[in-house]
Design a protein around this ligand. Structure first.
Ligand code: S3P
Length: 184
């Protein structure tokens, strides 16, 4: 197995259903660094699920906690960090990520996103009368931000999680920021 050296945190960004957690986990395993999920960290700290946090305190509260968690994690050792779909919209978060990591947008076509999220009830932003329309609308609003990522990796409906992780790995190795090197 190859060995790698990672000098900055790889931050997975993109829509709900893009595969940030699944692909991030597989990538972290390939390069042998910790995988961290910012949503999971918020849930753990609050001892509540994300819908519960949204219900009890509102989205703005969640966004504040998300920024705090991101900051703490970016200050830690290099890792693969998966963020919630809204994290990259805040300018301060984008700046923190650019300073201490590399944002990787998993760019997934809207129909594939919908196919992946439609059966789940864990996303408060999609608990609306027409979740499909909301998802497409969110993608439209967010794409201009996601596009600012240091690396954009296109998904494909035929890719497995492992295929996508391999593709991210290859693109990281060729990226001008040089945060990932093969050492053996
Ligand atoms: C959100 C995405 C969720 C979670 C929260 C808000 C968003 O994470 O952070 O429900 O604004 O898109 P995933 O992208 O992991 O589903």
């Amino acid at each position: 197995m190859s060995r790698y050296q990672l000098t900055k945190t790889v931050v997975m960004i993109g829509m709900m259903g893009a595969g940030k957690t699944a692909v991030g986990t597989a990538l972290a395993e390939l390069i042998d660094v910790p995988f961290i999920d910012s949503d999971a960290q918020i849930v753990q700290a609050a001892n509540q699920t994300i819908p519960e946090i949204f219900d009890a305190f509102g989205e703005a509260f969640f966004r504040d906690k998300e920024s705090l968690v991101l900051k703490r994690l970016l200050d830690g050792p290099p890792s693969v960090l998966s963020t919630g779909g809204g994290a990259y919209l805040q300018k301060t978060n984008r700046e923190m990520i650019a300073a201490q990591g590399l944002a990787v947008w998993l760019k997934v076509d809207r129909d594939l996103l919908w196919a992946r999220v439609r059966h789940k009830d864990t996303r408060p932003l999609l608990r609306v009368a027409d979740p499909k329309a909301r998802l497409f609308e969110l993608l439209g609003e967010r794409a201009p931000y996601y596009r600012q990522a240091g690396l954009v990796v296109d998904a494909d409906p035929n890719y497995s999680v492992q295929d996508m992780a391999d593709k991210v790995l290859k693109q990281l190795l060729n990226h001008p920021m040089n945060i990932l090197r093969k050492i053996a």
